[in-house]
Design a protein around this ligand. Structure first.
Ligand code: ATR
Length: 278
């Protein structure tokens, strides 16, 4: 029996066990994937004791992604650039860490907007936190010409420019609407619009109707930003797609099968979030 899990603090709301549980059943793999609450002060011991506890790896979520980066061997450039780990796996007794958030975002984008190409495009990213870091890095790797980063705390957007170079343009939070006209893609990486959080109140009038609008928030499945964008004819990318696609590489590293993100899986997780989902 191959064992994996997701660690975080708190962890009870994680949907990852639904995703991996679906694939374990679908591919008839003798494995398990559970939620493990791990307090910050217990993190180091948990990672050090992963193998002796019988785990072949784990997913890492808030607030541990940066701390785990310092506890494992990060072997790819993407993970080293981001400085955060969401997937841990053991190989030959060594504990490795990687980050699949960026590829999850890009695959979800391409699934919902198959005709869209990022190459040479101008993109607007809202937010400059941990999620933005993985997404901005992925957009640059995919060949974006310019990534405008708008953040309430402008210093964090300026930090992204220091980290990633002059393809990043920091934008003050009040100037988002004025800077939308040249954007081919708008991405919300903040928690605004999430159930229980304030709305993201954005005037989209200057945004081209050919632009793609994406939100990483998936509770609700379709945020007000996405509803507003869809109403004016923009292609929209729901946040749940990123959650599903970021899970693919971890599953294949632990269980040895590359799993498929199917409409059936989407519907199962969507119904867990919103029982009214058809
Ligand atoms: P994550 O790892 O999920 O990205 P984070 O690092 O705490 O979490 O980042 C949250 C993002 O949402 C930040 O960009 C934050 O802006 P600040 O850097 O100014 O804190 C943004 N955010 C959260 N609440 C917000 C609000 N009420 N208005 C504007 N931005 C907000």
């Amino acid at each position: 029996m191959i064992k994996s899990c997701v660690i975080g603090w708190p962890i009870r709301h994680s949907r990852s066990p639904i995703i991996h549980g679906y694939w374990l059943k679908k591919y008839k793999i003798d494995g398990s994937y559970d939620r493990k609450p791990v307090e910050p002060n217990a993190l180091q011991d948990f990672i050090a004791g992963l193998t002796s506890a019988g785990f072949t790896g784990c997913n890492v979520t808030i607030p541990h992604k940066e701390a785990v980066f310092d506890l494992v061997k990060a072997d790819d450039d993407t993970t080293r650039r981001i400085g955060a780990v969401n997937t841990v796996y053991v190989r030959d007794g060594l504990t490795h860490g990687t980050n699949t958030d960026g590829e999850g975002f890009i695959r979800s984008l391409l699934q919902s907007a198959p005709d869209f190409s990022i190459v040479h495009k101008r993109v607007m990213v809202l937010g400059a936190g941990g999620a933005a870091l993985a997404i901005v890095n992925a957009l640059l790797e995919q060949g974006a010409r310019e990534v405008a980063v708008a953040n309430r705390t402008i210093e964090r957007a300026v930090d992204l420019r220091s980290r990633f170079g002059n393809r990043i343009t920091p934008i003050s939070w009040e100037k988002i609407a004025d800077n939308l006209s040249e954007c081919s893609l708008l991405v919300n990486t903040t928690s605004l619009g999430m159930t229980g959080q304030p709305e993201l109140d954005l005037d989209l009038r200057r945004l081209s109707d050919r632009a793609v609008v994406s939100d990483i928030v998936y509770t609700p499945l379709r945020t007000q930003l996405l509803k507003n964008a869809a109403d004016r004819g923009n292609t929209v990318v729901e946040g749940l797609g990123m959650l599903l696609h970021q899970a693919v590489r971890g599953f294949s590293l632990w269980f040895g099968t590359i799993p498929e993100v199917t409409p059936e899986l989407y519907d199962i997780v969507a119904r867990d979030i919103d029982p009214a989902h058809q």
